[in-house]
Design a protein around this ligand. Structure first.
Ligand SMILES: Cc1ncc(COP(=O)(O)O)c(C=O)c1O
Length: 382
């Protein structure tokens, strides 16, 4: 008889890794709020834990599940997506190079600019739309990390992970992929050649806009990874027990949430693609999107709920639409069950490279017709 095929990601998620508490039979992991863990009369630790800044049993359950979902060797949870990214960047020594695409999440870029200036790190960028620009941007012998994000916030351009990994490995560096917008239900960057995958767990992984968290997952426990463990412990950026517990609860419904968000976003993108008040709809699920072919290859189970529209006009017109929305909430963040809109240029300030007429939508799990109606009426106020 042939071996049973491994369970689907959605099955693993729904059962939080088939969790059954060995002591009680409970099917939900307990929330271990303890900051510290006791030793016995021989001064031996009673369990595997010392202190919650190092690791916590509730966080460990989430890390085990995320390791399995990403097909990695180990996951580490952090207090936010940026804390996870910062721990990785902390491993880069002075004189080395970090390369990023021209457009990435503004918060990551802002942090990279600061640390590169202060620590003597070369920060370079390349245009992922132009295949030769990555090898051209590499400073031979200096490149340490290429950090990409796909789809890219907030233009939702798609980057070919496998192609980037080949170039980066050829240069003797590592590829880290911020896959916040493409969680492991749809993309598994490690299987495509990435060395480290990062997420803001604040977004799709949790999905309920009620915690901030981040995670790094690797497939190789090498010296850099051990350093990241050390940095998390000693810089204190670990995720708290309560947030870990909430995150595990959120993860149980990730597959079904992502499916719904993806279906609705595609429907909305198609509905507004040729609207007279809209210059363009940016969504990787549209056939017309320049990265659609790559997205089809590497987003195997939905294109997600993130889309942006370029309103005809500029800042004023975009803000008129944003403020005209009655149902979709004006707030930052993404990947939650509720739909949000954001005018990124206003939030990022004068340094922003985001088009002034761009509105970013995070499509949630509401009835898509209600969302379409809301956007339609807001466009009518132009
Ligand atoms: C793609 C991406 N990566 C990372 C982050 C940072 O995550 P956090 O806010 O959890 O620090 C964000 C936040 O919006 C994001 O959109």
């Amino acid at each position: 008889m042939s071996a049973p095929k491994p369970h689907a990601v959605s099955t693993k998620l729904a059962q939080a890794g088939h969790y059954i508490d060995p002591a009680t039979g409970a099917i939900v992991p307990p929330l271990h709020s303890a900051a510290t863990f006791a030793r016995d009369k021989n001064y031996e630790l009673i369990g595997d834990f010392i202190y919650s800044r190092t690791q916590n049993p509730t966080g460990n359950e989430v890390e085990k599940l995320l390791t399995e979902l990403e097909g990695g060797g180990e996951a580490l949870l952090f207090a936010s997506g940026l804390a996870a990214a910062a721990a990785l960047f902390e491993t880069v020594e002075a004189g080395k190079q970090i390369l990023v695409p021209e457009v990435i999440y503004y918060g990551t870029l802002s942090w990279l600019r600061r640390i590169s200036e202060r620590r003597g790190i070369e920060l370079g960028s390349y245009d992922p739309g132009e295949p030769d620009s990555l090898p051209r941007a590499i400073i031979p012998g200096k490149l340490d990390i290429v950090w990409i994000e796909t789809p890219v916030n907030p233009t939702w351009d798609v980057i070919d992970i496998q192609a980037a990994a080949d170039v980066v490995h050829e240069a003797g560096a590592i590829l880290a992929v911020d896959s916040t917008v493409a969680p492991p239900v749809t993309t598994r960057p490690l299987a495509l050649g990435a060395d480290i995958v990062a997420h803001s767990a604040t977004k799709y992984l949790n999905g309920h806009s009620d915690l901030t968290g981040g995670v790094l997952v690797t497939n190789r426990i090498d010296d850099r990874w051990k350093d990241i463990r050390y940095i998390r412990e000693h810089a204190g950026g670990v995720l708290g027990a309560f947030e870990s517990w909430l995150l595990l609860r959120g993860l149980r419904t990730l597959a079904i949430r992502y499916e719904r968000c993806s279906e609705s976003a595609l429907r909305i993108a198609r509905h507004f693609e040729h609207h007279p008040a809209i210059e363009a709809v940016l969504y990787p699920g549209l056939d017309s999107h320049p990265g659609h072919e790559i997205a089809r290859r590497q987003m195997t189970n939905g294109f997600g709920g993130m889309l942006s529209i370029l309103v005809q006009g500029g800042t004023q017109e975009a803000l008129t639409v944003a403020t005209g929305l009655e149902l979709i909430i004006r707030a930052t963040s993404l990947g939650g069950v509720e739909s949000l809109v954001e005018h990124r240029a206003s939030v990022e300030g004068p340094q922003s490279k985001v088009a002034p007429n761009l509105l970013r939508f995070s499509i949630g799990i509401e009835d898509p017709e209600d969302l379409i109606q809301d956007i339609e009426q807001a466009l009518n106020s132009l």
